[in-house]
Design a binder for this molecule. Sequence first.
Ligand code: SF4
Length: 332
Amino acid sequence: MKNVGITTTIPVEVIFASGNIPIDLNNIFIGSDKYSEYIDFAEKEGLPKSMCAWIKGLYGACLKNNINTIVGVLEGDCSNTKVLSELLAEKGVEVVPFSYPYDNNINKLKKSIDELISYFNIDIDKVEKIREQLNLIRDRALYIDHLTYKENKASGFENHLNLVSTSDFNRDYIMFSQYIEDNIRIIEKKDKFRDKIRLAYIGVPPMTVDIYQFLEERESRIVYNEVQREFAFPRNRDAKNIYEQYTDYTYPYNLKIRLNEIKKQIKLRKIDAVIHYTQAFCHRAAENIIIKKELDVPLLNIEGDKLKFLDARTKLRIEAFIDMVKDLKVME
Ligand code: SF4
C-alpha cells in the first residue's frame, strides 16, 4: 500500500481499488500550518515568483511529505501541471499521466481511465464496486449542500470543506463517511441562517478560506460552491459507469459546459450575485471575460495570491460589492 499524490480530482476509485491511498496534494498544502514554507521551498528550488502559489505549494507538499508517486493531470485541469509533473519526475517522483479531453469525448476519456486502471493493475469490476460505495458517501456530502441552499443551515465554509474533501475522501473513505455523518448531525441541529444576500462562489477553491466568514458577518452567505460541488459528482446517479460519471464532470472541460451548470444553479438556488475567485498568475483568470458576459447577475472577480486570508483591499472591494447588491435588492 503506497501513498499516491493527486493534483486535482481524478478517478480516485482506481487508486482505492488498487489498495493504495490517494492524497490530494492541494489539501495537504492548504491544510498545513507550514503552507508558506512549501511555497518558499519551491521558490528556493527555482520555481518563478510569477507562478501560481498552488503549483508551488503542490511541489513543496509532494517533496516535503515524501510522496513518491503522483497522478499528474496533463490535460484538462491546469496548464502548469505538465511542468509540475516534469519537475517532480526530475526529483525522482513517479508520474502517472492522466488526461481529461478538452472536447469532453467519452471514448478519449475511457482510454485515459483504462490506462490508469492498467497502470494500477486492477480490473474494472473492482473499480465499479468502489464507485458504488464512494457515490453513497458523495451523496451524503451532497446532502450537506442541500442543507446549505435549501435548509439554510450549513455555512458556506461547511459546504466548501465537506465537498472539497471528496477529492480524496481524506485518504480513507470509511472514516470519511463517519466524518460526514458527524457533520450532518451537527449541522441539522443548527438554527437557520437569515441572510440578506445569497451568493455563488465560482472558480478554483480559495486559498483565502476566511472569505466565508467575512461574508457571513455581512448578512450574506455563499450557498453554491461551484467546483467543490463538482468534486462530489452531483449527477452521479445519472451515470451508468465510471466513464459516464467522469465525462459528466464540468470543471476540466470547456467553459461552456461549466457555464451551463452555473446558470442552472444560480436559478435553482435563487442567487443574488457571484464571486469569481481567480489565483494570481493563473491562466483561468482570463475566463472572467466570458463569465462576466454570460451571467446576468452582478459578479465580483477577486484574486488570491500567497496569503491564506483576505487582504485589506480585497475586503474593501467585497464590502462595496455586497452593499451594492443589497441596494439593488431594495430597489427590486
Ligand atoms: S490556480 Fe490556476 S495555475 Fe494555479 S494550479 Fe489552479 S488552475 Fe493551475
